[in-house]
Design a protein around this ligand. Structure first.
Ligand code: ZN
Length: 243
């Protein structure tokens, strides 16, 4: 199992100090350490500051699941890389989209939405994440019907998304906003999970429940169909983009 974690890693001026305090090795660093400590998966990382925006085709070629955290600079990812990501997902790469990745080009490309379409504010509010599909593998190990995040950016409806194949979490802020916050989709052979919690100026990614959700999501997103067993007619290049 090969997992790659990609993060934008370009905090805005006003967020730089707090991000350095909580995530001195980046959000990708915290998530990679967490996955390495509790699984035997091969975990690699890159950021938008790396060559080819950290998304070169060779790097993604044998990745089973990509974890993707982006924020403000989503416009700068050239469409060529969005094409590569989309192709990989349609051909079976799992994709776990975190937090502001709702604004990314790959999110809108795969889900057919416009970008940046939800309500948001930054005011240190607490968030209650409700489990609305308790039997889903992504909820495995959660002890209660909800968990609280002491401080996070607030996201709320209306969130312009297609109806998810499975809605797993619903988040309520202390001021009353609600958000469909844990969403599963299937596109081609690929499985996609979006999870909204985790702004860069809060230590959300150290929280046990959040880590558990991300670990479970990566495990869930791994493609489980065996292409080799597909009938020949279904394996035709024109149907599957030449896998
Ligand atoms: Zn944010």
């Amino acid at each position: 199992m090969k997992v790659h974690i990609w993060a934008e890693n370009r905090p805005l001026e006003q967020a730089r100090e707090r991000m350095a305090e909580f995530y001195p090795h980046g959000i990708e660093g915290v998530l990679a350490d967490m996955l390495r400590s509790c699984t035997d998966w091969t975990v690699t990382t890159s950021t938008s500051l790396d060559e080819e925006y950290g998304l070169c085709e060779t790097l993604l070629q044998d990745v089973d699941v990509l974890v993707y955290w982006s924020h403000k600079y989503w416009r700068e990812i050239p469409d060529t890389y969005v094409d590569i990501l989309q192709n990989r997902v349609l051909n079976g790469m799992g994709l776990v989209l975190l937090h502001s990745a709702h604004a990314s080009k790959i999110f809108s490309r795969l889900l057919g939405t416009r970008t940046q379409t939800l309500r948001w504010r930054e005011s240190d509010d607490s968030q209650r994440v409700w489990v609305v599909r308790p039997a889903h593998p992504i909820c495995s190990g959660l002890q209660k019907e909800y968990f609280d995040i002491p401080q996070d950016e607030t996201y709320g409806e209306y969130f312009e998304i297609p109806q998810p194949d499975e809605l797993v979490f619903l988040t309520v802020s202390s001021q009353g906003e609600v958000l469909r916050s844990g969403l599963c989709y299937h596109r081609g052979r690929g499985k996609i999970f979006y999870f909204s919690s985790g702004h860069e100026t809060y230590p959300v990614y150290y929280q046990r429940e959040v880590q558990l959700v991300i670990k479970n999501a990566v495990a869930w997103a791994k493609c489980t169909d065996t292409y080799d067993t597909w009938p020949v007619w279904a394996r035709k290049a024109e149907l599957l983009g030449g896998i």
